[in-house]
Design a binder for this molecule. Structure first.
Ligand SMILES: [Ca+2]
Length: 204
């Protein structure tokens, strides 16, 4: 078991890395544990090692204790080498590799703006973005200038940056009728808080 999970995503720049070393070997020697994170090697003086009494244990690496922070949008490489300490033969050796991802920084935006949903396939769809959209669901609401809601969409967690599920508006209202050209307001709500608001122009 590891935290973050392999290929998982976090937005914590000081994400602790927890590794459960579950050796069926003859006992991990903590002096022979080596952790490499983004190419920097750490030994057992630089992370916390808690033996489980069964020959394995748990490593906890705290980046802030080692002057390390993770950068939004980066991939973090984790590599560990474990030697066991048998009484009677050369040490066995095991290594594990995995990566996790730092959530990219995304700002509040709607593009293109103006957008022109007139069916000519050019700028016909407006796409919204919002902070932490790869880990948070959102509700996007569009109002006309009389503060009447014309469109609403629930966006799931955007697992892939290039997907836009729930973040696209084609200029039709909730009943599928094209709305009038003009200026519209939008809100993006995450966990009951408005995290984005702005205006957008619809031209036909
Ligand atoms: Ca168009």
């Amino acid at each position: 078991m590891t935290i973050p999970v392999p290929s998982g995503m976090t937005r914590n720049a000081e994400q602790d890395i927890t590794i459960e070393v579950d050796e069926t070997l003859s006992g991990v020697d903590s002096g022979l544990l080596e952790l490499t994170i983004n190419g920097v090697v750490f030994d057992e003086t630089e992370f916390n090692w808690s033996p489980d009494g069964l020959g394995g244990g748990i490593i906890v690496f705290r980046p802030e204790e080692n002057g390390m922070t993770f950068v939004a949008g980066d991939t973090v490489d984790v590599h560990i080498e474990v030697f066991d300490s048998p009484d009677w033969c050369a040490p066995n050796f095991a290594q594990f590799d995995w990566i996790f991802y730092m959530e990219p920084e995304v700002t509040c935006m709607v593009l293109p703006n103006p957008f022109t949903p007139d069916g000519n396939d050019i700028n016909d769809i407006a796409m919204f973005t919002y902070p932490n959209m790869m880990s948070e669901t959102a509700t996007i609401i569009v109002f006309d200038m009389d503060n009447v809601e014309v469109w609403r969409s629930d966006a799931p967690v955007q697992l892939r940056f290039d997907e836009a599920v729930g973040r696209l508006w084609n200029g039709a209202d909730t009943n599928g009728q094209p709305v009038e050209p003009g200026l519209y307001l939008y809100l993006i709500i995450v966990q009951d808080e408005i995290i984005c608001n702005g205006t957008m122009v619809l031209l036909r």
